[in-house]
Design a protein around this ligand. Structure first.
Ligand SMILES: Cc1cc2nc3c(=O)[nH]c(=O)nc-3n(C[C@H](O)[C@H](O)[C@H](O)COP(=O)(O)O)c2cc1C
Length: 183
């Protein structure tokens, strides 16, 4: 698939199964992330790969996050425990902002989002399905600490990666007129 076809046809897929990306594919996906635009080359990102039985460990982290918020509904806790099992591999993309006199934290967050988007597009080009997720876990300090993040870090996205199960959804072309104007 050409780069343009990849860009025009990318879509998310919630049902992701084995096999996940192999080591070479994962390397390509992460290298694509690291080529994202980044004002000042501050490298304000950290990527944490969660695969295999470490996904259960991440599920435990999600359960603890809910419990710390006072949630004790068994159905909600079970859903949290199983959430990371929705794909064979997850990349957590963290904002690890650098103090800078001119480049604000917000701009650094945009760089991390650009990196995750590049990773997602690289996966698409490799024929690997993906889904970008956040939710309350992304900003929960207990989750961020468990991922090895620093106090002010934030998960910009959990990128779920794997083989698409079921048909790929197709999106109609977007109407340019709604979103684009000429100054
Ligand atoms: C920052 C960000 C956070 C997101 N968080 C979630 C999420 O927690 N749960 C979810 O179902 N979709 C989430 N999405 C949306 C999906 O990843 C996806 O983009 C959406 O379902 C539209 O599908 P498409 O990418 O095929 O157009 C998020 C997207 C972004 C950019």
């Amino acid at each position: 698939m050409s780069a343009i076809d990849t860009l025009l046809n990318r879509n998310s897929h919630a049902r992701l199964v084995d096999p996940g990306p192999d080591a070479a594919e994962l390397n390509t996906i992460l290298q694509a992330a690291l080529r994202a635009p980044d004002h000042g080359r501050l490298r304000p990102w950290r990527f944490v790969v969660v695969a295999g039985d470490r996904r259960q460990a991440l599920g435990d982290v999600f359960v603890r996050s809910l419990r710390l918020k006072g949630v004790d509904d068994p159905a909600k806790l079970e859903k949290a425990a199983n959430a990371p099992l929705r794909a064979p591999l997850i990349i957590a993309g963290l904002l690890h902002a650098v103090a800078h006199p001119k480049i604000a934290r917000e701009e650094q967050a945009h760089a991390v989002a650009a990196a995750l988007s590049a990773a997602q597009l690289a996966a698409e080009a490799l024929g690997i399905g993906s889904m970008w997720r956040t939710g309350g876990y992304a900003t929960d300090p207990s989750v961020i600490e468990s991922l090895g993040g620093a106090v002010d870090d934030q998960v910009i996205g959990f990128l779920y990666l794997g083989t698409r199960e079921g048909p790929q959804k197709l999106r109609p072309e977007e109407p340019l007129d709604t979103f684009v104007s000429y100054f």
